[in-house]
Design a protein around this ligand. Sequence first.
Ligand code: BES
Ligand code: ZN
Length: 870
Amino acid sequence: MEQFKKQPRLPKFAVPKRYDLRLKPDLSACKFTGSVSIDVDVVADTRFIVLNAAELSINTGSVSFSPPNSSKVFEPSKVDLVEEDEILVLDFADTLPLGVGVLAIGFEGTLNEKMKGFYRSVYEHNGEKKNMAVTQFEPADARRCFPCWDEPACKATFKITLDVPSELVALSNMPVIEEKVNGPLKTISYQESPVMSTYLVAIVVGLFDYVEDHTPDGVKVRVYCQVGKANQGKFALEVAVGTLGLYKDYFAVPYPLPKLDMIAIPDFSSGAMENYGLVTYRETLLLFDEQHSAASNKQGVATVVAHELAHQWFGNLVTMEWWTDLWLNEGFATWVSYLATDSLFPEWKIWTQFLDETTNGLTLDGLAESHPIEVEVNHAAEIDEIFDDISYSKGASVIRMLQSYLGVECFQKSLASYIKKHAYSNAKTEDLWAALEEGSGEPVTKLMNTWTKQMGYPVVSVKVKDQKLEFEQSQFFSSGSHGDGQWVIPITLCCGSYEKKKSFLLQTKLETQDVKEFSFDSNKSSWIKLNVDQTGFYRVKYDEELAARLRYAIENKLLTGTDRFGILDDSFALCMARQLPLTSLLALMAAYREEHEYTVLSNLISITRKVGRIAADARPDLMDNINQFFINLFQYSAEKLGWDAKQGESHLDAMLRGEILTALAVFGHKETLNEASRRFDAFLNNRNTPLLPPDIRKAAYVAVMQSVTSSNRTGFESLLRVYRETDLSQEKIRILGSLSSSPDPTIVLEVLKFSLSPEVRSQDAIYGLRVSKEGREVAWTWLKDNWDYIEKTFGGFLISRFVSEVVSPFASFEKVKEVEEFFASRETPAIARTLKQSIERVNINANWVKSIQGEKNLGEALQELAYRKY
Ligand code: BES
Ligand code: ZN
């Protein structure tokens, strides 16, 4: 018995082949009963069967094992559910015969409120509150619904039967084969599934409407949503049908199941979940309302659908062997979702927007408290935390880097052969590299191991040395220190034009390259840009001469948007790491005044906001000039875009307008604030006013909140009224995300309290956490005061967001101490990594503040930038 405790994995002397699962949820009592018969292959001599179970009560008398070809039924002498290890240990008096027998278990459980396992979600129907029953099993919560081998490698087939109220819709992974109504209850049986992992099993029971379509080869696709909102499912349906076709060609394998359902769940902890054949979503990421959804919502729906459907191949058909390879699922699905979105909506320039992924990956991975892409997992509780920007964004970025190194066609062919080889089975990172190596003849494993087995990434410093370029790599840390990691880096560079290109693998610390062929000279137009198109996962530091030439190239519009993005983003990171003075960063930012590309401007906005915050700590005396400079920076695009949508304007302009206006409001631009308030008033009088379309609503809300104080609460109260009236989640989120931008700490506190009230679904509470800089302190006090409640209420990965959002904005060493002291007695595995990362960020900020305070010419430089005439 003891031998099975505290083990990261289940013993493998008995493995499941097929589950026959029957469940009967009771939606009013919030309970369920169930029974499962599992075909188990006993492959080694054992007296024990060990599987997973948690928070279930097992009917001890119902447990039996019937071996093959024998009439003898084995009953366990002991049935032990070990809650700490989430295992069920069945001890039989005799050794079990080898071969496939049937293990039967009866059990009961609670439909919990924690959004994991088998849980209940609440919705309204005809003004009445009702429960629905939903499953969320990834990563390790199937065991909260039925006893099972809850590991991705233990694939088996599933034959599911449900007993549910007759008037409800009940869905599972496979199509219904039979439905028998028996008074108030009906019994529904579903087709048996192909082999699949337990974390992909799904069940949903409730009242829903749907819209339906099918693919050219007959896969039935439906989008289920709240009764009366079927129209809002049409967009996702269209994307799904398009995407299925695309993936079928790309992976060279058709969609493996007869149907695909997608469904919006009101209480849902992550964004969406790729359950085989029954994908579940938050409402905000599945439903699109032509009238009240924004362009960014549309893009959100498309990319999430594309992401989850990619998993139907990458993840569901071919599954990672263990959670160490989670990135194979998530990094890959993230990358492919861009491929699909680009093909469906080329005008969105989604590959340029992909750079936000790379930036997110680089930002997290610049911390000493980051982790390698392939990360050791020893306990189920550690899995939640690795659904992070390393697995998703860095994972996606290194795949993009490899694709661009190997070439699009070779990459796709090798992938298709990987899928074919491992279909209905499991794979590890090395299997993917092997397929790509075979398809390309390149040393993929050697190259990629440096990116997935060690954390961090390099900064490549380039210098000109008599007609030659010198490249030096060292590990980049946002803290400014240097590590001794080394990578095999696919370097690309352009000189003076995109026609003059060169590429090589940098395999050592230092290397010199001859660039005579480019006749690189002292002419200013002769710029050099590394990491062409920003497909590499590294940063570049140019010597002063090269940096000046690049600035010239930006001002003279000689570079592509992706390259302009990269130069800005790397400079910002170097500035935070105190390797570039803030004055130099600001001077570079000024070169982006006539920038027009969405992704570049969007990043410029986010950088101005971060710089604005750090400067407020370092040099409060300069804030007027800083804000003025930022306002100047966005004037050009603000004037071009205006407040009203132009006829037939692009999706990107629609998204940009909202972001620019929000930034101007935060920097205190008077005209923007006034116009916002005028339009908001019109909106209050008429929710369909053309003066406030969805794309600029958030901007108006943020603007309104800038002038809300405890003595002038009208705007706040109006927004709360809109919040309460709307039944569109996207609208609620827009409002929640705006309220805490008020500069008045008492208002911020009130918003935080509101976030934890029953009026906010618990998954949405985190939207209120991004508070104004003036609200930082009050948020921290609030977090401390409410920690016990928060910890109890928000399990899984939501809890870590509370820590990172509230702690990371600080910028002093005193706060580091305070945070450490508070959490010293409150640390748990679920927040361990995030807490360390957040504290590291505060340290980085504090050092950055000090270095900015040491910049003697900052005041003067800002004076010039704030009042520069163009
Ligand atoms: N497999 C995940 C869902 C998930 C996340 C389950 C965390 C358990 C823990 C799903 O495929 C996913 O990645 N969802 C994303 C949305 C996606 C578009 C990036 C999410 O939930 O954020
Ligand atoms: Zn995913």
